[in-house]
Design a binder for this molecule. Structure first.
Ligand code: GLY
Length: 430
């Protein structure tokens, strides 16, 4: 592809691999089969898994390995983060949660860092507690929903909660013990994904992508901030909360993601003195707060949930509220060193579920919109997207999460509303 605004060499030529569906299909030799826009946890897992299956993959990101996962606490909390009306998402969350132990071992091995414990994977369980009568009623309601969905959670009295976690406040009035919600440390996970992807042959272009370009209605690659173009067989938008802002996306295929800010604190627990042994969470004054203790001694407190655009400022109010609510659960934590305060942006979608797979636009795929579940859903996202990229078929489990569920009715139908699209800002006319 002749580049307008300067050419960028993204990969050296490697011959298409025989027997790999999609490898080299319709793509000039030397261009990647797949170009992933975004090198956060989702972009990296898609790139790694696709490369492992023989596809030539390039990731475009000025700082691969960054993004929301660097901020996230890493709870694998399919059961305690269950919400009414999200039963379909629950199935995906549970499937990915079940994948985590083997995924962590496989990823650690591929990156040469040992086994899953090097990535902070811990089967620690979670305790969701209530501080007052309203919290208790909310937790009872969650318990009823969990039971209806066939999930395991055991109701404990306040005293039983404190027997499990002696640092809990005397005011804790009861709680739910969930043995199947665990944790992982997202930072070593992302670091391992970078290494594993590189080892699998993924090429990194450490530049900003400002959009995609198209030819004859097919997305053909990415446009970089300086106007240079990269070409690829297919483009996967995995740009987190920025995904919907990329230029050149047809409106009917634009990911409907919005940024949901989360502020998170990191404290250091004392060595040799048991502090917390499992994730503890609660709803305090209507806000969710969770405390995730790591074996490394780190204690993560999260997270605010704010809809204020793309702002990632750590605010005094955010830090205050987190500490105030966490202190109500575990008063002793105010003695701990505060190591870090940081904010990130969750990519929220209208139904809180991810966008996985092809769009109505040829050449354009999305892996995004994971909202509160980016870390939890990383293994299954990699599996589903790699399968779709190599076979052209999305496995049954991934189909409810097609980005096309948000396409306007009639998009792609001649004469339908989505068919009369406005010209793309970046469209090559030949
Ligand atoms: N899943 C935790 C959060 O999004 O804060």
């Amino acid at each position: 592809m002749p580049a307008k605004g300067g050419a960028v060499l993204v990969t050296s030529f490697r011959p298409p691999r025989p027997g790999v569906p999609g490898a080299g299909d319709g793509v000039r030799a030397g261009t990647p089969d797949v170009l992933v826009i975004g090198g956060g946890i989702i972009g990296l897992v898609v790139a790694w898994r696709a490369a492992e299956r023989g596809l030539r993959v390039t990731v475009v990101d000025p700082e691969p390995g960054g993004g929301a996962a660097r901020v996230a606490a890493g709870m694998l909390a399919a059961v305690t983060e269950l919400h009414h009306g999200e039963e379909e998402l629950l199935e995906l969350n549970l499937a990915s949660s079940a994948r985590w132990p083997a995924f962590a071992d496989e990823l650690a091995d591929a990156a040469g860092v040992g086994d899953g414990s090097a990535l902070g994977y811990r089967r620690c369980g979670t305790l969701a507690v209530a501080l007052d009568a309203d919290d208790r009623a909310e937790l009872r309601d969650l318990h009823a929903l969990q039971t209806r969905c066939g999930l395991q959670a055991r109701w404990l009295t306040g005293r039983e909660c404190r027997r499990l976690e002696p640092m809990l406040a005397p005011g804790v009035r009861g709680g739910l013990r969930v043995e199947d919600d665990h944790q992982v440390d997202p930072r070593p996970v992302v670091d391992a994904l970078l290494i594993a992807a590189e080892r699998a042959g993924v090429v990194f272009v450490r530049r900003e992508a400002r959009g995609v370009w198209s030819r004859s209605g097919r997305v053909g690659g990415a446009v970089l901030a300086d106007g240079a173009r990269l070409a690829a067989g297919r483009v996967v938008v995995a740009a987190g909360s920025r995904g919907g802002r990329l230029e050149g996306l047809p409106e009917e295929a634009r990911p409907p993601v919005r940024p949901v800010k989360g502020q998170v604190l990191r404290l250091r627990m004392p060595t040799g003195i048991p502090f917390l042994s499992r994730t503890v969470r609660a709803v305090v004054r209507g806000s969710h707060v969770y405390l995730v203790p790591r074996e490394s001694g780190e204690l993560v407190i999260g997270a605010t949930s704010e809809e204020q655009g793309w702002d990632t400022t750590v605010t005094a109010g955010g830090v205050y509220e987190l500490l105030r609510d966490a202190h109500e659960l575990v008063p002793g934590l105010t003695e701990l060193p505060l190591v870090e305060a940081v904010a990130g942006l969750r990519p929220g979608t209208p139904d809180n579920a991810p966008l996985l797979g092809g769009t109505g636009t040829p050449g354009l795929l999305i892996a995004g919109g994971h909202h509160r579940n980016g870390v939890l859903l990383a293994p299954i996202t990699g599996d589903l997207m790699a399968e779709y990229l190599t076979t052209g078929t999305m496995p049954e489990r991934g189909r409810p999460f097609s980005p096309e569920r948000f396409a306007p009715v009639g998009a792609g139908v001649p004469g339908g509303p989505g068919a009369s699209r406005v010209p793309h800002p970046i469209e090559e006319v030949l």
